[in-house]
Design a protein. Structure first.
Length: 103
């Protein structure tokens, strides 16, 4: 598995409708890509967003980053949506799981 964590803060003056439309389109496209496993996004009380995507392998995650529709939206993000962001990528993360047995 290849894990991508995208921490970001939005600009105060962003076009919320345009961002929402782009985010919805990117979510639909990403989920149709080979190697896509999962995506979740969480917003902290201070406004920071942490988005986590899981991919079968690094090649799949990198291919998504270069997707013909994704690449220009990344540029829109830097130009008008994000105040700042940090992307973390991890190949073969160490995973610990716990699941309570059913009663």
């Amino acid at each position: 598995m290849f894990l991508v964590v995208f921490r970001n803060r939005k600009r105060a003056d962003l076009d919320a409708a345009a961002y929402a439309a782009d985010a919805a389109r990117m979510a639909a496209l990403a989920s149709a890509q080979p190697g896509y496993l999962a995506f979740k996004s969480y917003t902290a009380e201070d406004g920071e967003v942490v988005a986590i995507s899981e991919w079968a392998d690094e090649a799949s995650a990198r291919a998504w980053g270069r997707h013909a529709e994704h690449a220009p939206v990344q540029g829109k993000g830097r130009a008008g949506y994000y105040q700042d962001y940090t992307l973390f990528a991890c190949d073969n993360p160490r995973i610990h799981r716990f699941e309570r047995p059913a009663p």
